[in-house]
Ligand binder design. Structure first.
Ligand code: SAM
Length: 229
């Protein structure tokens, strides 16, 4: 797999003002400096708990191969691994991946960490029974590259789960140098689902997060779709 250097970008989230990885981290490119800076600015950014929508949607699913897109500090990937999933988790931030790997090692869990952007990772088509993207900061492009990469990674019969914040105050976000319209939403992904997909969940729902950046967001947009066999 090949990773190219990521394009420069605006601050990818208004919630927080703004080592080389070796070992089990697959890395073939440069880190995203902005995300590294954000993670480096504090010891822990997120809550350390798996996302509620992931637990709700996946707890009863037979484990298989999972991809966690934009895994951050790794709470979701670790939870999936402890449920028996064979997990690949990718992120553009080496700092986040380093933390994630430490947590997993401490828990005795195995995760294949991958330093890569989703599109640049060139993942094998149809390789995952679950593709989870929780609050991903994926850039919208004219060719919908990120959305297509998410869809392409799901195996026949597999699940695509995309979760994002609902009711983001766009004006406030733009005041922080971040335009939500620049980033992929569950709706953007849903718009590309053809007849070979079945939408199982497409809704806004309350979320309950205590602690970590983003805890003030009260509702999620949840898209869960299954690729037909
Ligand atoms: C808002 S955070 C969410 C982290 C994690 N999913 C969670 O729920 O705690 C977005 C994450 O996406 C990562 N990211 C940004 N651009 C990415 C890209 N093109 N491909 C993969 N990950 C990316 C960032 O480094 C960051 O860790």
């Amino acid at each position: 797999m090949r990773v190219t250097e990521s394009a420069s970008r605006q601050h990818p989230d208004p919630d927080v003002a703004a080592e080389d990885r070796r070992g089990s981290v697959a890395t073939t490119g440069n880190g995203d400096a902005e995300w590294d800076e954000r993670y480096s600015s504090t010891e822990q950014v997120w809550s350390g708990r798996p996302n509620g929508a992931l637990v709700t949607e996946v707890a009863d699913v037979q484990p298989g191969r999972a991809l966690d897109v934009g895994c951050g500090e790794g709470a979701d990937a670790l939870w999936l691994a402890l449920q028996g999933w064979k997990v690949t988790a990718l992120d553009v931030s080496r700092v986040a991946l380093a933390r994630a790997e430490l947590h997993a090692r401490a828990a005795g869990a195995h995760v294949q960490w991958m330093h890569a952007g989703l599109v640049e990772a060139r993942l094998p088509a149809g390789a995952f029974d679950l593709v989870s993207a929780q609050y991903p900061a994926l850039r919208r492009t004219p060719g919908s590259d990120a959305e297509r990469a998410l869809l392409a990674a799901v195996a026949p019969g597999g699940i695509l789960l995309v979760v994002h914040h609902a009711d983001v105050d766009a004006e406030q976000a733009r005041a922080h140098g971040f335009d939500p319209a620049d980033y992929v939403s569950p709706g953007d992904v849903a718009a590309l689902l053809g007849d070979d997909w079945q939408v199982e969940v497409d809704e806004k729902r309350p979320r309950d997060v205590v602690g970590g950046a983003g805890a003030h967001h009260t509702h999620d947009l949840v898209l869960r779709a299954r690729r037909r066999q």
